[in-house]
Design a binder for this molecule. Structure first.
Ligand SMILES: Nc1ncnc2c1ncn2[C@@H]1O[C@H](COP(=O)(O)O)[C@@H](OP(=O)(O)O)[C@H]1O
Ligand SMILES: [Mg+2]
Length: 320
């Protein structure tokens, strides 16, 4: 299985969604508060609509497990927001109606099964609102294993001065980065053990999404003495896959000890790092479980590394 069609459709859909997000961002979006108090914007809804439309057309039998749903958007008091979402979707899909938009968004409310897609239309919504990093993250999972992952990071600075990266991985075929504006795919390779200058670590900007003091202590314990890079979203996986950092740590926040990670926050990033030669596990060294549901109930914390230091990190975590 080469997943050629899956890869092509995912790249086109994520690229289109990233374009929509950048358009919304140029217009300075307002945050809307979700029931769980986390922010969402018209771009989150628009990107999920665009991607689900493409997936439903190309793979009508595949469920999509996405972050957003259209329940709130259908309420009369949200009519103005739905009009705005439809306006941005129409820039890419001119005949789209508000009914199409809500239907496409809800196509993303599928269930984990033996083959499904998982989608975070905007990962790092807080970064998106801050004009920082964010990612459009889309992955195909079969029998619990991520097979294809696409991560669009429109704000990622590239060597040479351009901005915007598309990270792509297919299981067994390696990982590449293509500038979002187009160009030749470049093969990704995690940092080598002797590349001291790039032996940094990355963590979230949001202190509440992790345990920054423990993350720093563990990084030091494995010999990373420089301060962390703080970056929003799965852009962190892109940075590790590109060899610009050796470690990404995401340990449970003491404020939210019962938090469980969402599959869409990790599936696309994880395959990109693994196919670039790195390793991904939870804080106990267990593989991430993409087979059970949208929350990884049996995993705690996330460790992403270049591979060479992975066992050392897990050992340091067991001791601390
Ligand atoms: N207490 C918590 N611990 C870990 N992750 C959390 C969290 N609360 C929210 N998140 C997740 O952190 C994601 C952002 O990741 P990061 O911190 O790496 O930028 C959010 O994705 P969304 O922005 O898609 O909602 C959300 O799913
Ligand atoms: Mg997310």
């Amino acid at each position: 299985m080469t997943y050629a069609k899956e890869k092509e459709v995912a790249i086109a859909a994520a690229t289109a969604a990233a374009k929509l997000c950048e358009q919304v961002r140029a217009d300075i979006p307002q945050a809307i508060e979700k029931k769980d108090k986390s922010p969402v914007t018209v771009a989150d809804f628009g990107a999920q609509a665009i991607i689900c439309q493409a997936l439903a057309a190309a793979f009508p039998d595949d469920p999509v497990v996405g972050e957003e749903d259209a329940k709130e958007l259908r309420k009369p008091e949200m009519a103005e927001t739905l009009t705005k979402v439809t306006h941005y979707v129409q820039a890419l899909s001119p005949d789209a109606t508000p009914e199409d938009v809500t239907r496409w968004i809800d196509h993303g409310n599928g269930q984990v099964s033996s083959r499904y897609w998982t989608l975070d239309p905007i990962d790092g919504t807080k970064g998106f609102l801050r004009q920082d990093q964010y990612a459009v993250a889309l992955a195909l999972v079969e029998n619990g294993e991520v097979k294809v992952g696409v991560l669009a990071c429109p704000a990622m600075p590239l060597d040479g001065g351009q901005t915007g990266a598309l990270y792509v991985a297919v299981r067994g075929e390696g990982a590449t980065m293509v500038p979002l504006s187009g160009g030749e795919p470049q093969r990704l390779q995690v940092v080598m053990a002797d590349d001291v200058a790039n032996f940094r670590f990355v963590e979230s900007v949001e202190a509440a999404h992790g345990d920054q003091s423990k993350q720093n202590a563990i990084a030091q314990a494995v010999g990373i003495t420089t301060e962390s890079f703080r970056v929003d979203s799965q852009a962190k996986y892109g940075i590790v896959a590109s060899g610009k950092a050796a470690l990404y740590l995401r340990l449970p926040s003491p404020k939210y000890p019962d938090y469980r990670e969402n599959i869409w926050d990790h599936a696309a990033g994880a395959i990109v790092v693994e196919e670039a030669g790195g390793r991904v596990s939870d804080m106990y060294g267990q593989p991430l479980n993409f087979a059970e549901g949208s929350k990884m109930m049996n995993n705690r914390g996330i460790v992403v590394s270049n591979g060479t230091i992975h066992d050392q990190v897990i050992a340091a975590l067991a001791e601390n």
